[in-house]
Design a binder for this molecule. Structure first.
Ligand code: ADP
Length: 867
């Protein structure tokens, strides 16, 4: 029976261990792929599919990529969702006895990419592990290029939603999980369809609590997750996955940060998209998103940190103040900021370099970049030691100059080393005596050759005699055909060519040995010395990371200061109270994109008392959503530590922002948009708190007028009710009937976006004013949009007829009594405004804090109000 060749057997054995990967099998200068892998790769990479004898009757399908160009092929496969196992030759084939030993040295997956060319510099590349047990989850997230590691667990409430929101915040490029997770009915629609992230399932044993405990203890002396079993299982499984794919000691993961979801402002996944924080909703582009305006960072580390600040605004007023104070100082200190930003421009991605050190794949050029970056630190330190406010105050103290590392690289590594670490030219002259001696032998050897050549020309009388070198023959003497008779007897012929012959002789052989020996040895020695330097630097990875973090922070703060200064932002007063007061607020992104007209600023006042809900009416295109979003964005910016586009801002901290905007966002395909809208609304109503901020745009639009209006009405009542929510809300609507609510319920105020009518046209004034809009101007807006005149004229006639028929006529009705047909709608809130106020007051009373006399007085006052 035919049997596989030994090499193919070796291939099969290794492939068996990496079944879910494409195996890059190193054969000399190529990575070869065989069998099914070859078929997939040849198609995906558009390379020729060939075949190779494998011992069996049929030849094995094969394709290959040159090892020095493998990285672009690898990137392509990873971006298409494949995993690639890289199998190297573990010994020098020239020295190997029999079959060369081979083994997999790394598995590359979307979440474990470390090659900077395959990564976005200003974005973390997260790998997430989800451990599901019944309805609860443990999450662990790592960026292996920087060593940042986070974990939490979700053990209450609508946990699947929370998991979705948390995943949307990190947007990992890869998820690994236990089987129970992918069996969840929501898994496919939430994770595969909506977020577009595929999950690989890991076997249950890697989630075993005892196994995970061991994994964590192998990295940290003390298990930080003792009381968090779900987080522990996710963390252990994730550590195991990284170890088994990366095969390195994970020393740059200096700590596991366990956090609570409620520690940061909660922004659910739909709101994140709606608010366009890091990318635009429709096209997923950075341009047009909030980050695009705020990111003036000059280092990749700063860019990543700023993104994270926006993705997780803070809830701790002191922490926010620390950032704001630092931004203020940098904003006011124009000169310092400018100089700092200039210095930061010269700083390389030290954080990812620390990661590369751990993975052992830095080259000499990386070390030079590190040295150049470190050379800026003393100047940076000098600049920040003059700063004293907020986060700036401790910066100088925290900034480790790493002089020992900079000094070592300066001494040891040549200033302009080659890319390869195995071809010499890396070690600086004077660092090592042996390198000097060997280099001298090599260079002087070349002089000796020149001398020998001159001597032999004189001895033989052949003027054209040359001593040359090539890789196959080494050094040789070349004599042209006409001069052959003059060749002396001690020359030994090596090769005959058409016009010349090549010889050698003893003195040349001796010289060659000295020169080549020295060259070879110096290359080897340089490599060894380089590795020593690299290993010495990598001992200090944690120190590098501390400095990297300081730099990132400084860069992010400078960026916020720069943007605040250039765009005229103001420092918000962030406090624990309930008022959101903004004067002359602008939308940070829209104001940048308006080409013709200037942005019209608007004021805002929301509080937890009389002004809980603003009902905003106005025609389409008037600027309602822009206004509502600008309020949400300013709150988010303030709590992230940024100045805001306004003349004045006081922000009573918000714990969650929810937005429900339009009907374009279809979370779960297959559901009607109305269903989506309602399920998101349900989520909001069950998760909002009295400290949240709701942005609701056109609620109830996806169904018939009466249904929609009733739902919108009831939603407002529910939100306004302090016993239930009492949440600060901006509510834009087309239903003018809703403006009735101001008179009926305490806590609601009407606003409209003003327009001016001129003949058949309308002019948008973009100004938010108190009161309800008088009408919709739908027909006028349709005209503006270019609907043919015939349709417009006909629409006007129909509108008039309808208004006469009184469906939605005169929405700002002054009568207290609802018109017929809407009676049932208003019945639920048939209480008078005074009655509502009394009820509200009663609800907010705490009898345990009242003396009997106070209670009597209160009772009397309440009764008076109802008279
Ligand atoms: P609506 O929600 O009322 O339909 P939008 O908020 O979408 O209207 O605004 C429509 C357009 O009007 C925006 O794209 C923007 O270009 C412009 N706009 C909105 N608000 C302002 C403003 N305050 N100043 C200037 N232009 C504005």
């Amino acid at each position: 029976m035919a049997k596989l060749t030994p090499m193919m057997q070796q291939y099969k054995e290794i492939k068996e261990r990496y079944k879910d990967c494409i195996l890059f099998f190193r054969l000399g200068d190529f990575y070869e792929m065989f069998f099914e892998d070859a078929e997939i790769a040849s198609k995906q990479l558009e390379i020729a599919l060939t075949a190779r004898d494998c011992g069996l009757e049929e030849r094995a399908p094969m394709c290959g990529v040159p090892y020095h160009a493998a990285h672009s092929y690898l990137a392509k496969l990873i971006s298409r969702g494949y995993k690639v196992a890289i199998c190297e030759q573990m010994e020098d084939p020239a020295q190997a006895k029999g079959l060369v030993k081979r083994d997999v040295v790394r598995v590359v997956t979307p979440g474990t990419v470390i090659d900077p060319d395959m990564l976005e510099a200003k974005k973390n590349n997260y790998l997430m592990c989800i451990y599901c047990r019944q309805t609860y989850f443990g999450i662990a997230v790592v960026d292996i290029t920087t060593g940042e590691f986070f974990t939490t667990q979700i053990t209450w409430g609508s946990s699947m939603r929370k998991l979705l929101d948390e995943t949307a915040r990190f947007m990992p490029s890869e998820i690994i999980a236990n089987k129970e997770f992918v069996m969840k009915p929501e898994y496919k629609s939430f994770f595969e369809d909506y977020l577009g992230i595929r999950t690989s399932v890991l076997p249950d044993q890697v989630f075993d609590p005892a196994f995970c405990e061991q994994k964590i203890l192998s990295l940290f002396e003390d298990n930080p997750l003792k009381d968090l079993e779900l987080a522990r299982c996710a963390t252990g499984a994730l550590l195991d996955y990284i170890e088994s794919t990366q095969k390195v000691d994970l020393k740059h993961i200096e700590s596991i940060q366990d956090y609570k979801i409620e520690q940061y402002m909660i922004i659910d996944s739909a709101s994140r998209r709606n608010l366009e924080i890091t990318e635009t909703m429709r096209e997923g582009k950075k341009k047009g998103a909030l980050l695009w305006v705020l990111d003036k960072t000059t280092t990749a580390m700063g860019g990543r940190l700023l993104r994270r600040w926006l993705e997780q605004p803070l809830l701790d007023a002191d922490e926010i103040q620390m950032r704001l104070d630092a931004v203020e100082e940098l904003k006011d200190g124009f000169m310092v900021r400018n100089e700092l930003m200039d210095l930061l421009r010269g700083v390389y991605d030290i954080e990812r370099l620390a990661g590369k050190l751990v993975f052992g794949n830095v080259n000499a050029r990386d070390l030079i970049s590190l040295k150049l970056s470190l050379s800026k630190l003393p100047y940076i330190k000098e600049m920040v030691s003059g700063l004293k406010n907020g986060l700036n105050g401790t910066m100088a103290e925290r900034l480790d100059l790493l002089e020992d590392i900079a000094g070592l690289i300066e001494k040891a590594i040549a200033d302009d080393p080659p890319l390869s670490v195995k071809e010499g030219g890396i070690i600086k002259e004077g660092y090592d005596e042996e390198v000097n001696r060997l280099r001298k032998a090599a260079t002087e050897g070349k002089n000796w050759i020149a001398e020998l050549e001159a001597r032999e020309r004189a001895r033989t009388g052949i003027k054209s005699l040359k001593i040359r070198y090539n890789d196959n023959f080494g050094y040789y003497i070349e004599v042209t055909k006409p001069n052959i008779p003059q060749v002396p007897d001690d020359y030994v012929r090596k090769q005959t060519l058409v016009n010349s012959e090549r010889f050698t002789f003893d003195p040349l052989v001796e010289l060659e040995k000295t020169i080549l020996g020295a060259e070879k040895r110096v290359v080897q020695l340089e490599y060894e010395l380089f590795c020593q330097v690299r290993d010495t630097v990598s001992v200090h990875v944690r120190r590098l990371k501390v400095t990297a973090h300081c730099i990132a922070e400084l860069d992010a703060l400078c960026s916020l200061a720069e943007v605040a200064d250039r765009n005229n932002y103001v420092k918000p007063k962030v406090y624990e109270g309930g008022i959101i007061e903004i004067k002359e607020g602008r939308h940070p992104v829209v104001e940048k994109t308006l080409a013709e007209n200037p942005f019209v600023p608007n004021d805002t006042w929301l509080d937890t008392e009389d002004n809980r809900i603003s009902i905003i009416t106005g025609p389409n295109m008037a600027g309602k959503s822009t206004y509502m979003r600008q309020v949400a964005l300013m709150v988010l910016m303030a709590q992230a530590g940024s100045f805001v586009p306004a003349a004045y801002a006081r922000i009573g901290m918000v714990d969650r922002i929810f937005t429900r905007v339009g009907a374009s966002d279809d979370l779960a395909s297959g559901q009607s948009t109305f269903m989506v809208e309602m399920s998101e609304m349900a989520n909001i109503l069950s998760n909002a708190t009295p400290r949240s901020l709701l942005i609701l745009d056109e609620i109830g639009r996806g169904t018939s007028t009466h249904d929609g209006l009733s739902i919108a009405w009831a939603v407002i009542e529910y939100i306004n009710d302090r016993a239930r929510l009492g949440t600060r809300t901006l509510f834009a609507t087309h239903y003018h009937e809703l403006t009735e609510l101001e008179d009926r319920l305490h806590g609601i105020k009407n606003y409209c976006v003003s327009v001016r009518k001129r003949g058949d046209d309308i002019i948008f004034l973009r100004k938010i004013t108190r009161g309800g809009a008088d009408r919709s101007y739908g027909v006028e807006v349709a005209k503006l949009a270019g609907i043919p005149d015939a349709v417009i004229q006909r629409a006007k006639i129909i509108l008039e007829e309808l208004e006469e028929a009184d469906i939605n006529k005169n929405p700002r009705r002054k009568t207290a009594k609802p018109v017929e047909g809407q009676l049932d709608l208003f019945a639920s809130s048939s209480l008078t405004k005074a009655e509502h106020e009394v009820l509200d007051e009663l609800r907010s009373l705490d009898p345990s804090l009242l003396t009997p006399l106070d209670a009597l007085n209160k009772l009397y006052n309440l009764q008076q109000k109802l008279k």
